[in-house]
Design a protein around this ligand. Structure first.
Ligand SMILES: Nc1ncnc2c1ncn2[C@@H]1O[C@H](COP(=O)(O)OP(=O)(O)OP(=O)(O)O)[C@@H](O)[C@H]1O
Ligand SMILES: [Mg+2]
Length: 351
């Protein structure tokens, strides 16, 4: 590699997607090496971490009194700083190992485009606290579009929609910068809550979040399906307090999440309404790009096409594009320094 500095031989540079639902690590020179739910389980008596990631996610709704399962990010924002740092430390250790004494580890992390200074600082502090030596923040839509290899530097419109766990981010990017962006707190978690509420109201059955997510992923859709589907789900009957199983149809899930989906399509419309007209013309030509776990909801692309009247494409490997984009930046910090929020100063480049 041309221009490699002596420290680079020892350093492990990483790109991070710290998501409300999932956290990913891209190791420079390697690719994505970690992908775990952003979940931690803690023993309230001892204060010790019991599990992190996939193992902790399996415990949701199934813990004894002395164990609490936490999701330390809410709507893309850190709500429990210590637990966020623990999750990052766990991921870093698994990626880099604990003997990183000689290393000069740099990290690039994606953050929602509308974070306040305080929230942004808290992201930086968590990454540094977890063991990185230097951290750069990239706005998530830029990272996602770069990861998807969209032509973000060109003077044309790149309309990207990232439907994650906690937030949906809509952004129009041109010439390496965000022209318009909107971030709403309606995404995968809200769909799950919509389903919990719907099943409660319609069937007098209480179900937990994992069951709601199972319904969403397996039979959820944004538009009617060619083939009808149904899934049996178990929970507690609200009248008797006893276990009960009900068969849920795809049309019920669609009804449950339709209002949230409308909020998303309305927000896309609002974003386009405030975008300069030349770029709106480009959107028609180039289409809309969708990523994030929510893009896997069946028929979401067709719903967006129907409402916005523009072609919608789902990005390949939609759950990893923010991590891939952050990774591309950390692999080439000089080239992409104009994209990061705290750009490199000459002294950083030289080390
Ligand atoms: N096949 C699927 N159908 C519908 N939803 C899905 C599917 N697979 C995953 N999801 C949902 O995608 C969401 C997670 O997406 P993602 O990992 O992009 O979020 P995140 O980046 O952690 O969150 P955020 O970007 O909001 O901070 C979860 O709500 C999950 O239920
Ligand atoms: Mg995300």
């Amino acid at each position: 590699m041309r221009g490699m500095k002596i420290f680079d031989y020892f350093s492990k540079n990483i790109g991070i997607d710290l998501g409300t639902a999932n956290s990913l690590i891209y190791l420079g020179g390697r690719g994505i090496v970690m992908n775990e739910p952003s979940v931690a389980a803690i023993n309230n008596k001892t204060g010790q971490i019991v599990a992190i990631g996939e193992e902790a996610k399996k415990m949701i709704g199934r813990t004894p009194l002395h164990i609490t399962v936490v999701r330390p990010l809410i709507n893309g924002v850190i709500s429990d700083f210590e637990m966020t740092e623990e999750i990052l430390r766990f991921l870093f250790k698994k990626t880099i190992g604990s003997s990183n004494f000689f290393n000069y580890n740099k990290a690039v992390i994606g953050a929602p485009s509308n974070l306040t200074e305080v929230e942004r600082k808290s992201v930086e502090d968590a990454v540094l606290g977890a063991g990185a030596n230097k951290v750069y923040i990239i706005e998530e839509p830029l990272a996602a579009a770069l990861g998807a290899r969209m032509p973000i530097d060109e003077p044309t419109s790149n309309l990207i929609i990232d439907i994650g766990g906690g937030t949906t981010e809509i952004a129009v990017i041109s010439m390496g910068g965000i022209v318009r962006a909107k971030s709403i707190k309606i995404a995968g978690d809200k769909f799950n809550n919509d389903i919990i509420k719907f099943v409660k109201d319609e069937f007098r059955l209480e179900i937990g979040e994992p069951s709601a997510e199972e319904l969403k992923i397996n039979i959820g859709s944004a538009l009617p399906l060619e083939q009808k589907m149904e899934l049996a789900i178990r929970g507690r009957d609200m009248a008797t307090g006893l276990p009960r199983e009900v068969l849920i149809k795809d049309s019920f899930i669609r009804a449950a999440i339709s209002k949230s989906l409308k909020t998303i399509t309305d927000s896309i419309k609002e974003t386009i309404e405030t975008t300069p007209p030349e770029l709106v013309g480009d959107i028609l030509k180039r289409g809309i790009y969708i990523c994030g776990g929510g893009s896997l909801l069946k028929g979401i692309d067709k719903l967006i096409e129907k409402e916005i009247l523009v072609t919608a494409n789902i990005i390949d490997d939609p759950l990893t594009c923010v991590a891939r984009g952050s990774g591309m930046i950390v692999e080439n910090l000089e080239k992409y320094s104009y994209l990061i929020n705290n750009p490199l100063r000459p002294k950083d480049i030289k080390i």
